[in-house]
Design a binder for this molecule. Structure first.
Ligand code: NAD
Ligand code: UDX
Length: 459
């Protein structure tokens, strides 16, 4: 099928950047991103590019180049589905918070709603592309919904999981390690392959069956997260043995079978994907009674929770076993640098632990505002909104944030943190002045020479 119009349902962290790049590289295809969230669509259409709902290096430039030419953002979902030959489903698939599989399984209600919407309004044949990360076998359910419309409309379903990482989304999209397309119909697979073929070399476009494609996405995230939990486990051992986790990571990473990437010990991984996808993998394994498999992957999450907890425990015990009434400055709230996304950020959980100990928390993040910080804490439901509001304050300046603080906790590896005048920060803090570097971004000797009591991960 020749593709002239694409619809993407879901204008989020995946739909937005992915479609912007597809539009940029395929000027002859009209790409429309639709969403039920009107506020988000308004923000995507804002003249002021700093108001786009998603911060991603390089994204605003591509939106400026393509928006209004062949890239559109709209709430006209039905019309857009109707006119398009290819429809990407790129809606959220969070962990279920209710019913069967609560806390483990992926909530597929948004995906199912999309399938029903497509089934209802389509009057011509469509290729439906699963872009959301979905449990293996989901295409079966989508197929069943689409094939029972009683209409003379043919639907082909493809799985095309997205491997971009936030903060580097545009680079990842422009130069992907691979593009994965799973499907039954060769014709449909080639239609999608030709969209990517505008800029991705054919040998990097991998064709598989639908189930391998769906499962590969969960597996890729599980493997990546496993590396982080593995190095984080070793970081704790380093702290007891005078080994240095950076040196260990370098030494093992130079083994080409292991490789150097994704071995940064940290406060624990965050983000909307790793935890959700591993929990889902564990749930799927248990549903087939594969308990050894489920236990194996669950350990990645258990270790990650442990890593976050031991960071706050260490902070509290170092501050003479009490943080009650003490000002703790948190630098960074996003789950990693170069994004405004805070989903599952370790900062939220560390803040929550410290608040349970009655700390006063001051937050500075270059891309996250107070409204978001409060919403993240309120979502946990640990205490009242008023209490969170009283105990947690956000600042727009790192020096204000750390003034009179007893300790600084570095939660995100934003580059600008390395360039601060740390002497100035030291001078205005309470003494002894502590730094807990959850990202190992500062130099220990330099900090100790200034006068800080400095601790980091795995050293
Ligand atoms: P997101 O929450 O940023 O965006 C999803 C959007 O879908 C929201 O704006 C929401 O309003 C919209 N939506 C939900 N139901 C809808 C409906 N019925 N009709 C129209 N719009 C609807 O989510 P995201 O981070 O972009 O993730 C989307 C999917 O991609 C998830 O399955 C996720 O696991 C996967 N994924 C995410 C990343 C990432 O880095 N964020 C990377 C790879 C894959
Ligand atoms: C991840 C996958 O990398 C990506 O391929 C997939 O499409 C979506 O999920 P993302 O969550 O956006 O991407 O970011 P990623 O770079 O993987 O980082 C996830 C978390 O792990 C962050 O909190 C990051 O700080 C942490 N991390 C990453 C470490 O703690 N150490 C590392 O070495 C790497």
């Amino acid at each position: 099928m020749k593709i002239t119009k694409i619809c993407c349902i879901g204008a989020g962290y995946v739909g937005g950047p992915t479609m912007a790049v597809i539009a940029k590289k395929n000027p002859n295809i009209k790409v429309t991103i639709v969403d039920i969230n009107e506020e988000r669509i308004v923000a995507w259409n804002d003249e002021d590019l700093s108001k786009l709902p998603i911060y991603e290096p390089g994204l605003a430039e591509i939106v400026a180049e393509t928006r209004g030419k062949n890239l559109f953002f709209s709430t006209e979902i039905d019309e857009t589905i109707k006119e398009s030959e290819m429809i990407f489903i790129s809606v959220n698939t969070p962990t279920k918070t209710y019913g069967k599989g609560k806390g483990m399984a992926a909530d597929l209600k948004y995906v199912e709603l999309c399938a029903r919407n497509i089934a209802e309004v389509s009057t011509t044949d469509k290729i439906v592309v699963e872009k959301s990360t979905l449990p293996v076998r989901t295409a079966q359910a989508i197929k069943s919904i689409l094939h029972n419309t009683g209409k003379d409309v043919k639907f082909e379903i493809l799985s095309n999981p997205e491997f971009l990482a936030e903060g580097t989304a545009i680079q990842d999209l422009l130069n992907p390690d691979r593009v994965l397309i799973g499907g039954e119909s060769e014709d449909a697979i080639e239609s999608l392959a030709s969209v990517y073929g505008s800029w991705v070399p054919q040998e990097r476009i991998l064709r598989t069956n639908v189930w391998s494609s769906e499962l590969s996405k969960l597996t890729a995230n599980a493997f990546l997260a496993q590396r982080i939990s593995s190095i984080n486990a070793i970081s704790e051992l380093c702290e007891h043995t005078e080994a240095n986790v950076n040196e260990v990571a370098k030494a093992i990473g130079m083994d080409s079978r292991i490789g150097p990437k994704f071995l940064n010990a940290s406060i624990g991984f965050g983000g909307s994907c790793f935890q959700k996808d591993i929990l889902n993998l564990v749930y799927i394994a248990r549903s087939y009674n594969l308990n050894a498999v489920a236990d194996y992957w669950e350990q990645v999450i258990i270790l990650n929770d442990h890593q976050k907890r031991r960071f706050s425990d260490n902070l509290i015990s170092t501050l003479y076993n009490t943080v009650s009434g003490k000002k703790i400055a948190m630098l960074g709230w996003a789950f990693k640098k170069d994004t405004n996304d805070t989903r599952e950020s370790a900062a939220i959980y560390v803040a929550d632990h410290l608040l349970n100990e009655q700390a006063n928390i001051a937050v500075y993040d270059p891309k996250v505002n107070n409204k978001k910080v409060q919403a993240d804490l309120n979502y946990l439901n640990t205490r009242s909104e008023e209490e969170n509001n009283d105990l947690v304050k956000s600042y727009s300046d790192p020096y204000e944030t750390s003034k009179d603080a007893h300790a600084i906790a570095i939660m995100t590896e934003w580059d600008e943190f390395k360039t601060y005048d740390w002497e100035k920060i030291y001078n205005q803090m309470k003494k002894p002045a502590f730094i807990f570097d959850g990202r190992n971004i500062l130099d220990k000797t330099e900090m100790e020479n200034i006068g800080f009591e400095y601790s980091s991960i795995g050293k």
